[in-house]
Ligand binder design. Structure first.
Ligand code: SF4
Length: 237
């Protein structure tokens, strides 16, 4: 797909470095009538993106994949998001494979012995049917999150899941996201105040000593394994 053509085929004009609110307004105009979805793991970026779209009062589905290994603080955050955005539909499309079934089939603590397979079972595989009901996928990815995301485009075709992917906050950095969250009273994970710059599964997320809430780091994710991505966005697996 010619994504540059997609970007220009509307009354608005946006580019790779357009402000997030312009990209969001453009996306809602460009894809009006199509089935749009935000996916989130309830990171600070995802919560900010949900707030940015929710302000437009359009019907909006937010899909998340409960790995069954979330922190209790993440479940609390999910519930606060549901309360704050009643017109947004939050849908869990997580795996149906229980931790016990996973241990029976692949042995105990698969996140240690084979984290790629664990992420595949609990995130990558469930995402395909989760996205199959939609035409356009909005993500909270940013270019400065990691080296693998440095070339992230605002609009791109996702070959892994065969869907058009839009990343409106691609050009923002964590301090800008943190500023937005504070200004707009966006709920965020309590663990961010306890040294966790990002929050994933309990088994694979550690605090990062000395980190500050407005600074981004993935150093606490899959610490010591060499793994940096879960595989959901074509990176890592
Ligand atoms: S982050 Fe860890 S526990 Fe969660 S799915 Fe991936 S390997 Fe498994």
């Amino acid at each position: 797909m010619d994504t540059q053509a997609v970007i220009s085929r509307t009354t608005r004009t946006v580019n790779e470095d357009s402000p997030a609110h312009e990209i969001i307004e453009w996306s809602l105009e460009r894809f009006a009538g199509q089935r749009m979805v935000i996916t989130t793991s309830f990171g600070m970026e995802g919560c900010a993106l949900i707030d940015m779209y929710a302000r437009h009062n359009v019907p909006l589905d937010v899909v998340y994949l409960d790995t069954m290994f979330f922190f209790k603080e993440t479940y609390e955050l999910r519930d606060r998001m549901i309360d704050k955005y009643p017109h947004v539909t939050f849908v869990n499309k997580g795996t149906t494979v229980t931790p016990e079934q996973q241990a029976e089939q692949h042995g105990p603590e698969l996140w240690k012995s084979n984290p790629d397979l664990c992420c595949s079972i609990r995130k990558v595989i469930p995402m395909a049917p989760a996205l199959s009901d939609y035409d356009v996928w909005f993500t909270g990815l940013r270019r400065t999150q990691s080296g693998t995301r440095a070339n992230l485009r605002v609009v791109d075709w996702d070959w892994q899941y065969q869907i058009l992917k839009v990343s409106p906050i691609a050009s923002l950095d964590r301090p800008q996201i943190w500023e937005y969250v504070q200004e707009h009273n966006v709920p965020y994970n309590a663990l961010h105040e306890q040294g966790y710059p990002t929050v994933g599964c309990t088994h694979c997320t550690k605090p990062v000593p000395g980190s500050k809430i407005g600074e981004y780091s993935r150093a606490g994710r899959w610490n010591g394994t060499g793994k940096t991505e879960c595989g959901l966005h074509g990176y890592g697996i």
